[in-house]
Ligand binder design. Structure first.
Ligand code: FES
Length: 110
């Protein structure tokens, strides 16, 4: 069973999850702050269109979906496809991970 280490402003916790689980669902079920306060009200509910579930990830994940690749090429992520970022709603866990949620609506802050 993979372990996800989740890091954010006031969080540094580890949660276990089933292999192949959707990363967004694992983080939400663990009540971890995947979304900022504003994004909690306006996100696309996992359809890969809003970009507010963007996180930095180190570790084994599924390949980017077409929706994820498309969204990460659009603003505010830029032409590099949100270098280093993944959309949690489009990712399935394939092993131990370290997930970092940065500040800001789209997780692009420091
Ligand atoms: S929840 Fe909207 S892109 Fe992931």
């Amino acid at each position: 069973m993979p372990t996800i280490r989740f890091r954010a402003r006031d969080h540094d916790v580890e949660v276990p999850c089933p292999d192949g689980a959707n990363l967004r669902m694992v983080l939400l079920r663990a009540r971890l702050p995947l979304y900022t306060r504003v994004a909690r009200a306006i996100h696309c509910r996992g359809h890969g269109t809003c970009g507010t579930c963007a996180v930095e990830v180190e570790g084994a994940l599924s390949e980017p979906t077409p929706a994820e690749s498309r969204r990460l090429r659009l603003p505010p992520f830029g032409k590099e496809g949100g270098a280093g970022l993944r959309l949690a709603c489009q990712c399935n866990v394939a092993g131990d991970l370290t997930v970092t949620k940065r500040h800001g609506l789209f997780g692009l802050g420091d």
